[in-house]
Design a protein around this ligand. Structure first.
Ligand code: ADP
Ligand code: MG
Length: 240
């Protein structure tokens, strides 16, 4: 589904992604882990062209997003993104947050969009919050709304950038549980996370970045129990 080839990204003279190549198959859950500043968010943002690569290609279902004239809007509709800080529309209710893009972008009728949104709210355990405004929700509830909102566009791929990092510890589980359900349902997911437990338990594959370089990739069991490089061992010693 995703094919990244020789991806480089510079900000000014700062080389942030250094020759990254990776593929992600449909239905796979891949965790990107690595130290702060290693380029994880930038890599994720290059996957949906929120950042323009300096060079290299990003193919989504065989379509080169970085090519001139590529239909980025259409490809982006297939890619949902969930951020650390939720980014809900504060002036819209939870239900309206979920129906806004399907109505505006996909042309769904309001009634259809409402039906779909209610189904998604049930899925993330928030049926009782349809009429609430984001400001009245806890962090965990906000993030579950953000996930439901991403799902409302029926994406083929979901990108998560540290979805639990801004949450109080007691709210992390409710969000990870929703993500686990999604993974089980066969959703293709790329998850930047500091939750090593999640990466180990849920991811099919782990990609370890350090200083913009893809240092290791492999199954969670291999990576966590048998890291091949000094850099990965150092990192794991600090976080486990
Ligand atoms: P991570 O998500 O692993 O913490 P990032 O991808 O956010 O790392 O950042 C990698 C490097 O790129 C950092 O040195 C950061 O300062 C730099 N960087 C990220 N975004 C920008 C930007 N928009 N402009 C300039 N530098 C950036
Ligand atoms: Mg980041």
């Amino acid at each position: 589904m995703i094919n990244v080839q020789n991806l480089y990204k510079k900000f000014g003279s700062n080389l942030v992604l250094n020759d990254i190549s990776a593929t992600i198959k449909s239905g796979e859950v891949v965790s990107i882990i690595g130290p702060s500043g290693s380029g994880k968010s930038t890599l994720l943002r290059c996957l949906n062209l929120l950042e323009q690569p300096t060079s290299g290609t990003v193919l989504i279902n065989g379509v080169d997003l970085s090519a001139k004239g590529a239909n980025i809007d259409r490809s982006r509709q297939q890619i949902g993104m969930v951020f650390q800080h939720f980014h809900l529309f504060p002036h819209l209710t939870v239900l309206q947050n979920l129906t806004y893009a399907p109505i505006k972008v996909k042309g769904l009728k309001r009634a259809e969009a409402n039906e779909q949104a209610k189904g998604l709210l049930a899925k993330v355990g928030l049926s009782d919050k349809a009429a609430a405004y984001p400001s009245s929700l806890s962090g965990g509830q906000k993030q579950r709304v953000a996930i439901a909102r991403a799902l409302a566009m029926e994406p083929e791929l979901l990108l998560f950038d540290e979805p639990t990092s801004a949450l109080d510890p007691e709210m992390v589980k409710e969000v990870l549980d929703v993500m686990k359900d999604l993974a089980k349902s066969g959703m293709t997911m790329v998850v930047v996370t500091h939750e090593m437990g999640f990466a180990r338990e849920v991811a099919d594959r782990v990609i370890f970045l350090d200083h913009g370089t893809l240092v290791e990739e492999g199954s969670p069991a291999d990576f966590f129990d048998n890291p091949k490089t000094e850099r990965a061992r150092d990192f794991l010693e600090k976080v486990l």
